[in-house]
Design a protein around this ligand. Structure first.
Ligand code: CA
Length: 225
């Protein structure tokens, strides 16, 4: 899960980034409205945390431009002013939620998770993609470069998890609990075996290897080198 934070106050920005990274998210931090907008339009995020008062371009303008570009990404506004007008304006422009400063980090994290759940449901009928790999959730089909790949149910669930959280290193314990619904037991090699089989099906014969082992940490699916 990837989050874009646009916040010009250095301390707040650093604090948000650190907290979100510790909570397991991948975080892009931008300190200026224009940079934030550029990042929002050139990269893909699951949630955007957007400060209202920003140099370059304020949060309103950034949000308007994001929506004008057809981006449906959930946006959580940070406002320093507890003004009804600001909230109404933000919600009218297409913000999904707002938080008044100062706020507790736990509150922000709870709001972000709620937005992620909502966004996840809205996307349920779609496909998950990485480079030329496509996983069709409705038809339960996978193909790479247009070629159909047959997967077992477990391999499908494993690939779905890796794709949903692409770019994130997933520890074996997390994979075990999410795909096998079991506690991770270091004696078992069920995950290694499944990853190996999945790799053969997904990556063999392709120059761009999508699934990577991060030694001592887990596995990551990434389309970039
Ligand atoms: Ca600010």
């Amino acid at each position: 899960m990837k989050i874009l934070v646009v916040e010009d106050e250095h301390k707040t920005g650093d604090y948000l980034k650190q907290g979100l990274v510790e909570a397991g998210f991948v975080v892009d931090l931008m300190r200026d409205g224009r940079d934030g907008l550029h990042c929002a339009l050139t990269d893909s995020h699951d949630v955007i945390v957007l400060d209202v008062m920003l140099p370059g371009m304020d949060g309103w303008e950034v949000l308007r431009a994001i929506r004008a570009a057809g981006r449906e990404v959930p946006v959580l506004f940070l406002t320093a002013r507890d003004e009804v007008d600001d909230r109404v304006r933000g919600l009218e422009l297409g913000a999904d939620d707002y938080l008044v400063k100062p706020f507790a980090f736990s509150e922000l994290l709870a709001r972000v998770r709620t937005l992620l759940r909502r966004g996840g449901k809205a996307k349920e009928a779609e496909c998950l993609r990485a480079a030329d790999l496509e996983l069709d959730l409705l038809r339960r089909r996978v193909n790479r470069a247009g070629k159909r790949i047959d997967l077992t149910a477990k391999e499908f669930a494993l690939l779905e998890l890796l794709l949903r959280r692409q770019g994130e290193v997933l520890p074996r314990s997390l994979i075990a609990s999410q795909v096998w619904d079991m506690n991770f037991d270091s004696d078992t090699n069920v995950i290694e075996v499944a990853i190996k089989r999945l790799r053969v099906k997904i990556d063999d014969g392709f120059d761009l290897k999508l699934i990577r082992t991060v030694r001592g940490m887990g596995y990551v699916l990434e389309a970039a080198d």
